[in-house]
Design a protein around this ligand. Structure first.
Ligand SMILES: Cc1ncc(COP(=O)(O)O)c(C=O)c1O
Length: 393
């Protein structure tokens, strides 16, 4: 069984982690590429040589370049991007602009935010915390534990719905959302669509405008191979102008370096939704991962990753393991799970054999990436098959 783009295996040499472990956990944390370390060293060197002058000579340019990189990965100019240290801060910024959430609406107030049982907790928590403002969070169930069908959204989105906030790819199941269908539904019913694309960015080719999304958040931990400390927010043109954040900081100012405490004039571009001093070392680090993704291209990364997932499913099926994954390659991203009543001992046993994978309630979660080999996938399945056999499953 050969995955497409075997030529990408030449990049393995850039990732020391891949010779230290058999790494199948990119959906939790992408491996560190050598060029990420080199970028971080570049930052440290500039700090040592230049002190504060590094801000104007290098670091502001690096932040602009990071916005460009993020823009590239979603098909937009960097000027439309707001940097954030993590998705939660990005969400807080945009949520503050929607308080009270029914602002500007005609008709009855729209006080509902819809999310799903499969979404990452920070997405629901952001609006649960706003219950004192009159916001009600509706959590749609997943009938099959893998996906949330469009019909669930169709039944729930109504004239009370201000926002649908959900993932592009669900973080435990790897299922790809029908974003275009959802966007059309939201548009038709007057609700905004916010996409948490953390498990998709850098892995699924994305043109955010074509998808019809209103608000997009993501970060660098996983499929951008950029480590912690960087996320971003994008709002479609028109909405960006219409919304004003009430949680803010001086990086959002149109005249940041006027240092005028009495004047709050938001930048007309994506920076409007930024806060304070960004995590510059993280920005350098992230540019290493992003340069790799830009060099390879998301298309090839996607094809190889999907093929390795398909191989994992096929081998697990063959070994009689209880696979929990979307079977349709076009609707699955970078995650395949195997059900286990007690996943932790299996993850620990795999670790003893050099594998890095993750446990989530009821599953062992695998996420081979473009840099993994077919052999690593086959060996992992063989270990799980051996471990689950005596228990009689
Ligand atoms: C879908 C998804 N959203 C968000 C996050 C992280 O959010 P934050 O950047 O606020 O830690 C993750 C993983 O860490 C995730 O998988």
């Amino acid at each position: 069984m050969t995955a497409r783009h075997p030529e990408l295996l030449r990049y393995r040499a850039e990732f020391p982690l891949l010779s230290a472990t058999r790494y199948l956990n990119t959906c939790s944390l992408g491996a560190l590429p050598a060029r990420g370390r080199a970028k971080l060293d570049e930052f440290l060197g500039q700090w040592d040589r230049l002190g504060a002058s590094a801000w104007y000579g290098h670091w502001m340019d690096e932040l602009a370049a990071l916005r460009e990189d993020f823009g590239w990965v979603i098909g937009r100019p960097g000027s439309e991007i707001a940097l954030a240290p993590n998705v939660s801060v990005a969400l807080a910024s945009v949520a503050s602009a929607l308080d009270p959430i029914h602002r500007g609406d005609k008709g009855p107030p729209r006080t509902r935010v819809i999310t799903t049982a499969l979404d990452f907790p920070t997405l629901g928590h952001q609006w649960l915390a706003r219950a004192p403002l009159g916001i009600e969070v509706v959590i749609l169930p997943s009938p099959d534990g893998l996906t949330v069908p469009l019909e669930e959204f169709e039944a729930a989105i109504d004239e009370r719905t201000a926002l649908v906030a959900t993932g592009h790819v669900y973080f435990t199941t790897g299922a790809v959302q029908d974003v275009a269908g959802l966007a059309a539904l939201c548009r038709e019913r007057g609700a905004l669509l916010l996409l948490d694309a953390y498990q998709a960015t850098g892995l699924i080719p994305t043109d955010v405008a074509r998808l019809g999304v209103d608000i997009y958040v993501s970060g660098t931990l996983k499929w951008l191979f950029g480590g912690p400390g960087n996320a971003f927010l994008w709002l479609r043109t028109g909405l960006r102008e219409a919304l004003d954040p009430t949680t803010t900081g001086w990086f959002s100012s149109a005249r940041q370096f006027d240092f005028d405490v009495g004047d709050l004039d938001f930048a007309p571009d994506g920076r409007k939704f930024e806060m304070g001093t960004p995590a510059v070392p993280s920005a350098f680090l992230a540019r290493g991962g992003l340069s790799l993704v830009r060099e390879i291209g998301v298309e090839a990364i996607h094809e190889r990753t999907i093929d390795l997932g398909a191989q994992l499913i096929k081998l697990s099926d063959g070994a009689g393991l209880p696979v929990r994954a979307v079977r349709d390659d076009t609707r699955r991203a970078g995650i395949v799970a195997i059900e286990a009543a007690e996943p932790a001992p299996i993850v620990a046993a795999l670790a003893r054999e050099g594998f890095v994978v993750d446990a989530r309630p009821g599953i062992v979660r695998f996420s081979p990436a473009f840099y993994n080999t077919e052999q690593e996938v086959a060996d992992a399945v063989a270990v799980v098959a051996r471990l689950l056999e005596p228990a009689g499953r």
